[in-house]
Design a protein around this ligand. Structure first.
Ligand SMILES: N[C@@H](CCC(=O)N[C@@H](CS)C(=O)NCC(=O)O)C(=O)O
Length: 192
């Protein structure tokens, strides 16, 4: 991988959960890369050049070719960004349906990849930390150890993997950041 060392760059912020998939995948593969931390209130020309439509992080630059957009679990995000009420209840039910499917998928397995971390673990791994932040802020329980025992065990197992554990942003800072972010969302939307 040494020959592409200088050609891999990751544009991110310290807190974005989406960038962690890329961080984990690169580190697990042993790819050397340069991290460029963006200030989203003052985006760099490079970020605007490489992600001109969405203007979001993360962007992975490989041999000057930008790759943006990671997977999202919109229902969890929806439930998090709604105030308590009908819309939140609906989004929450949708998120629980999806999380239960993931729980089923883990039957007989420690991780989605089996004993070893795989691509699905990488794609969904942000849940294993950020869901706790969302739970603490909203008071909603997304991953319940009684109703989703496998997913709950997966959360713990994933967090024992050094490359995962060592790259989480500071939890207290995440709490502050997402509390403010949620308040911003709530203040923009007429609540139902
Ligand atoms: N669909 C994108 C979402 C990325 C995203 O929402 N990034 C946020 C930071 S967490 C961002 O760059 N926001 C800047 C903006 O909206 O102007 C992905 O999955 O990669």
């Amino acid at each position: 991988m040494g020959d592409i060392t200088d050609e891999v760059k990751l544009f991110r912020t310290w807190s974005t959960p989406f960038a962690l998939r890329i961080v984990w995948a690169l580190q697990l593969k042993g790819v050397q890369y340069q991290t460029i931390y963006e200030d989203l209130s003052n985006k760099s020309d490079a970020l605007l050049l490489y992600n001109p439509i969405h203007k979001k992080v993360p962007v992975l630059l490989h041999n000057s070719k930008p790759i943006s957009e990671s997977l999202v679990l919109p229902a969890v995000w929806d439930a998090f960004t709604k105030a308590a009420g009908k819309e939140q209840e609906e989004a929450y039910s949708r998120s629980i349906e999806k999380l239960k499917l993931l729980d089923e998928e883990l039957k007989g397995k420690k991780l989605f990849g089996g004993e070893e971390i795989g691509m699905v673990d990488i794609a969904l791994g942000w849940l294993s930390n950020l869901v706790s932040v969302f739970e603490e802020i909203t008071g909603l329980k997304f991953i319940d150890e009684h109703t989703m025992p496998r997913l709950s065990a997966w959360k713990a197992a994933l967090n024992e993997i050094p490359v995962v554990k060592e790259n989480w942003p500071d939890y207290a800072k995440l709490l502050t950041k997402f509390t403010v972010l949620r308040e911003t969302y709530l203040s923009k939307e007429p609540q139902k």
